[in-house]
Every structure is written in C-alpha cells, then in structure tokens.
Design a protein around this ligand. Structure first.
Ligand code: PEP
Ligand code: MN
Length: 337
C-alpha cells in the first residue's frame, strides 16, 4: 500500500503518520519526491485500504500495489532510478559499458587491463576476486588479495572498479575496496547475502539466476531494496534452456519487460550468456537497441592466458571496434555512449 501525501505536508505530520503505521506492526518506507512525499507501507496491508488512512488530513490518496514486488515496481516509483557510481550514472541518458577481465589474476594483468579500459574510455572496470566456479579444481580467485589489487589499480589508474561478492562475511570488506558490488547468478536467491547488501551504502548489480523467472528476479531485488539500499542495477545474463549452441540463452525480452515493470536500471551481460567472443558484438548491439541501460562485458589483455572465461573474453582491439559500432545504435535510441 502507498500513502501519497499532499504537497507541502509538514515534517511533523509525516513523522506522526509514520509512528501510526509502525504501531500497526507495519513497515513504513518514506520516499521524498520533488513535490510530495509517498509512504510505502510494507507488511500485511490486506484490509488497511479502507481503514481510515485516506481521511487523515495530510493524505491525498491511498493506493494498493498489486504486484508481489513492491519497491522494485513502477507502481511504487514511476520515475526511473538513476544509480550513481562515482562519476558514472546508470539508468539515465548515458549508455554505460562496464568492461574488464573475468578475474583478478595478478598485479601485472589487472594493471594492464585497467590501462586498456581507461584508454578505451571505460569508466568502470569489472574483475572478480571471489570466483564461483563449477569445478572446485578450477581457479577460485585471489580473494582479499584481489580486492587489494583492485583498490590499487583504482587509485593508480583512476578508474572505478566493480567485483562479485559471494559470502555475507565479505560484503563489508568488498564495499571498502570497490565502487560497485555484484551478486552473481548463482547467488541471486542467497537471501542472507541480499539482506546484507541491502544494508551497505554501495551500489549493487544483481544478476538474474540461471533458471530464475523475471518475477523471482524482481523479488530478489526487493530483498535488497527493502533493507535500505536503493541503488540496485538489474543484469540479464542469459538463462539455461535446451539450446546447446551457446552457453546460455540471452533473454532480451526480459530486458524489455524489466524496463516496463521496474524503475531500476537494466544492463546486459552478453559474455556469460554467449560463452563465445564471436557472439558478443551482435548481442551488445541488440541489447542497446532493446533499451538496456548498459553492458557488462568481459575483455582480457590476453584472453589465451586468462585463468577463467578466456573463450568469451574480447581481445583488446575487439573492444575498441565494438564501442565504435555501438555508438550509432545508442544514438538511434536516444542514448549517449
Ligand atoms: C561473472 O560475471 O563473473 C559471473 C560469474 O557471471 P554469472 O554470475 O552471471 O555467471
Ligand atoms: Mn566470467
């Protein structure tokens, strides 16, 4: 349920309404708009609609949200959420390309990668220090040492950095070292992790689970939002289907639906969908055309030597030509790259 207040409602009146909501055992979340404040009431609000809320002096109207996801829905928040990561803005007019290697491997590799991204005008570099690998015998990531290296390149090269977190115990330390956190596909429904990330003051990219429906995806985002973190970016990264010609099936219809249903920014990771670098450029172009707010792509200074996901990582020169090819498509849909 949303209680929309009249313009110019006094702070005191808002506070007293919030107290009233709390006394009923419900959770109020206030959103200050330019003209008026809206109080989102979470919890079991069945039967509350006709319960006298609309007759309170400062209340303009009371609305029921029918969608199971509340805070993530457009019904709740009709204006687009623009997530700020340093001087980059995701969900606004800019089309933002986050790019970099799958993993942090060593200092030389990550320095080289950061320079490469910077030279291509990339503002945010991706690189994972904690790696969710199918095989326990595969490279598991550098862990905390990797986070330290990310912080080092961030300062030395002057680039923003993002990384994956897999464990609640690493959320705080990761938030100290990087500009943008990422919850990977395998952890989309790790509810404790979602709650913890909801409590930190750091933007987060939430990836769609390998077999998650769009509704489940938005409900996962809801966990983060409801714990206080409003800076959530949704990322479509392909789902598992019967098709074996590529790694996963990139669901571009999901991007269109998410943009319609939610106010949150939506980016696309074609690398983990395709599993093959030859498919990256066409999928990036399609993502821009369908209305995505940006991309998350894997690029490695030397893909043949990569410790993870080399086959889907772009060669440096492929990144440069991709960015050139993307420009007119972004312009055609009114976005700036
Ligand atoms: C990644 O981005 O490094 C990754 C592991 O992707 P996903 O969680 O989508 O598989
Ligand atoms: Mn990867």
């Amino acid at each position: 349920m949303i209680i929309v207040l009249k313009p110019k409602t006094k702070k005191k009146e808002i506070e007293s309404l919030i107290e009233k909501i709390k006394k009923k055992g419900l959770k109020p979340v206030a959103f200050e708009g330019e003209e008026r404040t809206a109080i989102h009431v979470l919890g079991d609000t069945k039967g509350e609609i006709g319960n006298g809320w609309s007759s309170i002096q400062c209340v303009e109207k009371v609305m029921r949200i029918l969608k199971p996801y509340k805070l993530a829905s457009k019904e709740h928040h009709s204006q687009k959420t623009v997530v700020r990561v340093g001087d980059a803005t995701i969900g606004g007019n800019d089309f933002v390309v986050i790019a970099g290697p799958c993993s942090v491997e060593n200092e030389k590799q990550i320095m080289e990668a950061a320079r490469l991204m910077k030279d291509n005008g990339i503002k945010i570099m991706r690189a994972s220090a904690f790696k969710p690998r199918t095989s326990p015998y595969s490279f598991q990531g550098m862990g905390i040492e990797g986070l330290k290296l990310l912080k080092k390149v961030r300062e030395k090269i002057g680039i923003l950095v993002e990384t994956e977190i897999m464990d609640v115990r690493d959320v705080a330390i990761a938030a100290e070292h990087v500009d943008l956190l990422r919850i990977g596909a395998r952890n989309m429904q790790n509810f404790d992790l979602l709650k913890e990330v909801g409590k930190v003051n750091k933007p987060v990219t939430l990836k769609r689970g390998i077999a998650a429906t769009i509704k489940e995806f938005l409900m996962a985002a809801e966990y983060i939002l409801m714990n206080g973190n409003k800076n959530v970016i949704l990322c479509e990264r392909g789902i598992r289907t019967f098709e074996t010609a590529y790694r996963n099936t990139l669901d571009l219809a999901a991007v269109a639906i998410l943009k319609k249903e939610s106010h949150l920014p939506v980016i696309v990771d074609p690398s983990h969908a395709a599993g093959n670098r030859d498919l990256i450029a066409p999928l990036c172009k399609a993502s821009a055309a369908v209305g995505a707010d940006g991309l998350l792509i894997e690029v490695h200074p030397n893909p043949e030597e990569a410790l993870s996901d080399g086959a889907q990582s772009l060669y440096p020169e492929q990144l440069t030509s991709l960015l050139k090819e993307l420009k007119p498509i972004c312009n055609a849909v009114g976005r700036k790259l």
